[in-house]
Design a protein around this ligand. Structure first.
Ligand code: ACO
Length: 152
């Protein structure tokens, strides 16, 4: 049976009360360590750039972005709880972020992803991102990042 994200929950804009849940979700699912302050700074810089996916009362995924330049958006963080993956939630969050970027007249999107994160790289390629170059030693463990980019 195909599960559709709309049958699981819904997307809403982040509110500061979500900070603890989002920080914990980040640190369960992403390899870099994030503090609530870091996430709050992302929110303050562009409040509508953080969206959460809520199933019941639980936040099971989120996306956080930024304006990189006047015309370029950037996906900073995207994560879905393991047991909620491959149900379309990551795609729904990304499409939602694309819409916000378009409304803000952004023309392209960039992101950095660990060069050994095959699952995420495949996911981004499927959505039209291509690798522009490698950034050696980008992460705190000195592993490399791939810079990926697409037009909106
Ligand atoms: N039935 C079967 N397969 C499906 C369904 C469905 N109903 N819906 C989607 N899929 C498939 C998609 O086609 C996709 O396939 P692909 O990977 O070959 O492209 C795959 O499932 C994943 O798509 P989604 O379900 O939309 O995405 P998901 O909710 O699993 O989230 C994500 C993807 C965010 C990469 C997730 O794997 C994750 O949280 N990973 C750990 C954190 C991470 O690495 N984040 C990215 C770091 S880089 C950064 O943040 C900039």
């Amino acid at each position: 049976m195909v599960v559709r994200p709309a049958e699981i929950g819904r997307i809403r804009t982040f509110i500061p009360d979500d900070l603890t849940d989002i920080t914990e979700l980040s640190n369960r699912t992403l390899t870099e360590y994030y503090t609530p302050d870091i996430i709050y700074d992302i929110y303050r810089a562009w409040p509508e750039s953080i969206s959460v996916y809520v199933a019941g009362k639980r936040i099971v995924g989120f996306i956080a972005g930024a304006k990189y330049t006047r015309t370029e958006g950037r996906i900073l963080l995207l994560a879905v709880e393991r047991e909620y993956r491959t149900m379309g939630i990551g795609s729904a969050l990304m499409e939602h972020f694309f819409e916000i970027c378009r409304k803000n007249s952004l023309l392209s999107i960039r992101l950095e992803v660990k060069s050994d994160n095959a699952e995420a790289i495949r996911f981004y390629r499927r959505y039209g991102f291509s690798v522009t170059h490698t950034m050696p030693g980008y992460y705190s463990d000195m592993s490399d990042a791939l810079l990926m980019w697409r037009m909106l």
